[in-house]
Design a protein. Structure first.
Length: 127
């Protein structure tokens, strides 16, 4: 029985540990010398910041759908920032479909909203 457990652990351990790294990688970005990765998880997308020295990753934000990075936007002091669609949930269940873009700084703090991409492109310089 011990042998069977060992064989099972050996065959499936690499798959189990690999799943802990992150979901499927959608895109990689290098912003101001810092590496960021967007992954597709089961029900959301996640933005990660990678430390090149330690290879550790830090989750910045989980969102419904990641948009893109902007170098700067007029009237928003934080630089750089990113845009994403966020699905908001009612306290008793259910959700409101995302109707606008949410703007975040690189710590994942919400700094504004935009009604759509056309509006954002008037005021922002995108990477």
């Amino acid at each position: 029985m011990d042998r069977l457990i060992f064989i099972f652990f050996f065959l499936y351990s690499s798959h189990l540990f690999a799943a802990e790294k992150y979901g499927d990688i959608i895109e990689k970005y290098n912003i101001d010398g810092q590496e960021y990765v967007v992954t597709q998880e089961v029900t959301y997308q996640e933005l990660w910041k990678l430390n090149p020295d330690t290879k550790n990753k830090t989750s910045i934000k989980r969102v419904f759908s990641f948009g893109k990075f902007a170098n700067e936007c007029s009237m928003i002091n934080e630089k750089p920032i990113f845009f994403a669609f966020v699905k908001e949930y009612y306290f008793s269940g259910g959700w409101a479909e995302p109707r606008h873009l949410t703007i975040f700084d690189l710590t994942g703090t919400k700094v504004g909203i935009s009604p759509d991409w056309e509006y954002a492109e008037q005021f922002c310089e995108f990477y």
